[in-house]
Design a protein around this ligand. Structure first.
Ligand SMILES: [Zn+2]
Length: 356
């Protein structure tokens, strides 16, 4: 038993060190520096980092306390978060699958997914090298644990599906974007001079290639398809969209509050609270027909009021969501690990609710 704890602590430590390395891989890919060569330095003042300030997770909180010792520049919280996350994921995978080939392949997939998530969130960019490592590992995993057909149909099917979505949704969102671009023209000219030349502007890319999003997402989708097979890939896309919606919702509500759209907030909140109340009450008591009628009228009133007020608000207010690629990777792993439980849960609870 004590051996077990010692191995777990060892795995946590290894995970934290690899997390630290993943930070470096992602950030040096973005800054086009060599992974191995320059030793760790402050991104602002380039002063070298001492070994005792370079211990994963711990140093950030204990020794240099989140600020560079030379220039006082705040060090991104991204470093300890990625280190801690990698460390925990390593332990979870190890405790679930032990010291096996499966663990090794899953850890490679998770590490690659973490690097892709960092570059995508920081610069909206996914490097082909990282995507291909993910795809090839996913193919090996699927060929080994399922079969060749499962792997390649998932891989090709997901790629085709994603390309189709990218191109069709371009035509759906184009009109919306063109209207917004007219408004943004002046603003853009100012910001463009400030940014450095090598920055890839995703909006220009979208316009040039007539796609709703970049090719990076198609590569990632192909990788997730190879890993999960085509059936579960579609479930992962649905999960990713729900996940993104959940990310946007709190910002949306905060914005409503900040921009004094209190009336909309009341309408939307009222609708949701009434709907939940009605669902709960109708399950506990046998409701009187007049009470039901009252609820329905109130719900219709709040719904109409919400829709009218929503229409008056400009849609594109620049909400920040997790980019689609990382959302898809996250959903992919969730389904890989917990797919069978999720299917069970949906069958048991969601379909039961529809029957009521
Ligand atoms: Zn510094």
């Amino acid at each position: 038993m004590s051996d077990y704890i010692i191995i777990s602590i060892f795995i946590l430590a290894v995970g934290a060190c690899i997390g630290s390395f993943l930070n470096v891989v992602a950030l040096r890919a973005l800054s086009k520096e060599s992974i191995i060569f320059p030793s760790s330095k402050c991104p602002k003042c380039s002063s070298p980092i001492k070994w005792y300030d370079n211990i994963p997770v711990l140093s950030y909180f204990l020794t240099f306390k989140g600020k560079c010792r030379s220039c006082g520049e705040k060090v991104s919280i991204q470093y300890p978060i990625v280190e801690a996350l990698t460390s925990i994921l390593f332990l979870v995978v190890y405790l679930t699958f032990g010291l096996t080939l499966k663990t090794l392949l899953l850890l490679i997939l998770l590490c690659t997914a973490i690097v892709i998530t960092i570059t995508d969130i920081r610069k909206e960019y996914v490097f082909d090298v990282h995507s291909w490592i993910f795809i090839i590992t996913a193919l090996v995993y699927s060929v080994y644990y399922h079969d060749v057909y499962f792997a390649f149909i998932g891989f090709i099917g997901a790629a085709i599906l994603m390309e189709f979505i990218a191109r069709v949704s371009y035509y759906l969102v184009r009109k919306n974007n063109e209207e917004r671009d007219e408004d943004d023209k002046d603003k853009k000219e100012i910001t463009q001079t400030e940014e450095n030349e090598e920055n890839i502007d995703i909006n220009d890319y979208v316009k040039k290639y007539k796609r709703a999003f970049g090719e990076g997402d198609t590569y990632l989708a192909a990788g997730v398809g190879a890993l999960l097979g085509i059936k579960y890939f579609i479930a992962a896309v649905a999960c990713a969209i729900i996940f993104q919606a959940i990310c946007v919702l709190p910002q949306f509500i905060m914005n409503l509050y900040r921009k004094k759209e209190i009336r909309l907030l009341i309408s939307l909140g009222g609708f949701i609270i009434l709907a939940i109340l009605y669902f709960l009450l109708s399950n506990i008591f046998k409701l009187n027909i007049f009470v039901i009628f009252g609820f329905v009228i109130a719900l219709i009133f709040f719904a109409i009021d919400t829709i009218i007020r929503l229409k008056n608000i400009v849609n594109n207010e620049g909400y920040k969501a997790i980019p689609f690629g990382p959302a898809l990777l996250f959903s992919g792993f969730m389904i890989l690990f917990y797919g069978s439980y999720i299917v069970y849960f949906i069958k048991k609870y969601i379909f039961l609710m529809v029957n009521l």
